[in-house]
Design a protein around this ligand. Structure first.
Ligand code: CP
Length: 313
């Protein structure tokens, strides 16, 4: 089995079968990274460049660890310390890096579509590690993988995505992944933070957090992305917390125990209180742990599509 796509540019561009193949491959790598020796030699002939034009903690470290666990050679690029500051274009930057015989590029970029653009202009496998407010495909894969791990399956589960949907690449990629895997999806948050025509993606809008939480099996709490807002989208943070923040009292008032997720970084005390974030209902650190296995799977499966002469070992 191989992936239907040559790059991972978004969940929109891959199939349900691709996602299931990534999950099955991640199951294997999850077992590998829990062994005393956490490495396999699969990609020792592959060189990967991590190009981060935007800040990241989890995604960047997780990709780097995944690459090293697969024995790939890794180079790291950070926009703030690069010649971009001297006016170099994205294509020139990437082509210079590729001339050093790089096979795969992992890129985070503030511009939506940057990964798609790059894939049309350079001869390397591209993985989108987040492009503006567009997509963050590996986050959605690790999120849905974590739901599958906790609840046995994604199909038929009720998932609500809460908060700043408008500015969230995590929301869009999660909606695509959850729908492809057969989940029911609602979005919840201030109307001002909902994209127009969100229902066209097959999700419904629920303005009441209490109703949304009483409906769902899983709530994915998103961060309010202040850095992407040039105007105020709600009256005050205090009011946001009152209407859309999850605390222990609210959770205890529900009829059932739901699973709580957060892609990080968390604004503790805003979208979720610390006691909830650190409770056993929250699978936030499972998501981070699963991110390494899922990213190993994506990298491994895309590397299998590179013509390497001798094939994978
Ligand atoms: N979830 C996520 O993308 O986190 P980082 O911005 O730290 O990579």
């Amino acid at each position: 089995m191989e992936l239907s796509a040559d790059h991972l540019l978004g969940i929109k561009y891959i199939t349900e079968d691709d996602i299931q193949l990534i999950f099955e491959t991640a199951d294997h790598f999850k077992e590998v990274i829990n062994r005393p020796i956490k490495k396999v030699p699969s990609l020792r002939d592959i060189t990967i460049a991590n190009l981060f034009f935007e800040n990241s903690t989890r995604t960047r470290l997780s990709f780097e660890l995944a690459e090293k666990r697969l024995s790939a050679d890794v180079i790291n690029f950070s926009a703030s310390s690069s010649s971009l500051q001297k006016g170099e274009t994205l294509i020139d930057t990437v082509n210079n890096i590729l001339s050093m015989k790089v096979d795969m590029v992992i890129m985070r970029h503030p511009n939506p579509g940057a990964g798609v653009f790059l894939s049309k202009h350079v001869d390397a496998k591209i993985i989108n590690a987040g492009d503006g407010a567009h997509e963050h495909p590996t986050q959605a894969l690790l999120d849905t993988y974590s739901i599958r791990e906790r609840l046995g399956d994604v199909a038929g589960k009720k998932v609500v995505i809460v908060g700043d949907i408008l500015h969230s690449r995590v929301a869009l990629s999660n909606i695509f992944a959850l729908k492809k895997l057969g989940a029911e999806v609602k979005v919840c948050g201030p109307k001002t933070l909902m994209p127009k025509h969100i229902e066209s993606l097959g999700v419904s809008y629920e303005p009441s957090l209490v109703k949304a939480l009483n409906w769902c099996d899983v709530a994915n709490m998103l961060r309010v992305q202040n850095e992407r807002m040039d105007v105020s989208y709600f009256p005050s943070t205090r009011e946001y917390i009152q209407q859309y923040g999850v605390n222990k009292q609210l959770l205890n008032s529900l009829d059932k125990e739901i699973v709580l997720m957060h892609p990080g970084p968390i604004n503790r005390g805003v979208e979720i209180t610390s006691d909830v974030a650190d409770s056993k209902q929250a699978i936030i650190l499972d998501q981070v742990q699963n991110g390494v296995a899922v990213r190993m799977a994506v990298i491994y499966l895309l590397a299998a599509k590179i013509n390497r002469g001798e094939g994978l070992q």
